[in-house]
Design a protein around this ligand. Structure first.
Ligand code: NI
Length: 169
């Protein structure tokens, strides 16, 4: 297993949709292991393949409390098939958008379809924090960052800050 480099905004790879997985092979299993290790190392509660430069529709997540046993989940080709309600995701952040947090409006309940790493079809409902994490990660796979879901004014302030930082480095 390897810890992969996490791409950061404004890397162009982060705003392009990834390709669907068509073959769950050994190469993909290796990538999933690397993604998991990278997520735990960061540490983060979720990681989408495009965040580590992998152009495949895969995400990993683990929202279990920190001291508990790890509960790794892998979703291949996930999609939200039902969504309802509204919740304010407070202080949302992202490993690919360092040093920035913002409130984001999310759906409060979603239904997700995907397959697991063994190719078994999954369909489940999620609400609360898990629903927020899954919306965030599935957004990544479509080339959407949480800063794309905040006001233009806030987003421009953040972009200015990044530009300034990049000029100074
Ligand atoms: Ni993220």
């Amino acid at each position: 297993m390897a810890i992969l480099e996490i791409l950061e905004y404004p890397d162009g790879f982060l705003n392009k949709p990834v390709l669907p997985v068509t073959d769950i092979n050994g190469d993909l299993q290796q990538k999933i292991d690397d993604m998991s290790q990278t997520m735990y190392h960061a540490p983060g509660v979720g990681l989408a393949a495009c965040q580590v430069g992998i152009n495949q529709c895969v995400l990993v997540y683990d929202v279990s409390p920190r001291d508990d046993k790890r509960e790794l989940h892998v979703l291949i080709n996930p999609r939200i098939v039902c969504q309802e309600g509204e919740v304010l995701s407070e202080n949302e952040g992202c490993l690919s958008v360092p040093d920035y947090r913002s409130d984001v409006v999310r759906f409060s309940q979603i239904q997700v379809e995907a397959v697991d790493r063994d190719g078994k079809p999954l369909c489940f409902d999620a609400e609360g924090y898990l629903a927020i994490v899954l919306q965030h990660e599935i957004d990544h796979l479509q080339g959407i960052l949480f800063i794309d879901r905040i006001s233009v004014l806030k987003r421009n302030l953040y972009k200015k800050r990044v530009k300034k930082r990049l000029r100074q480095s």
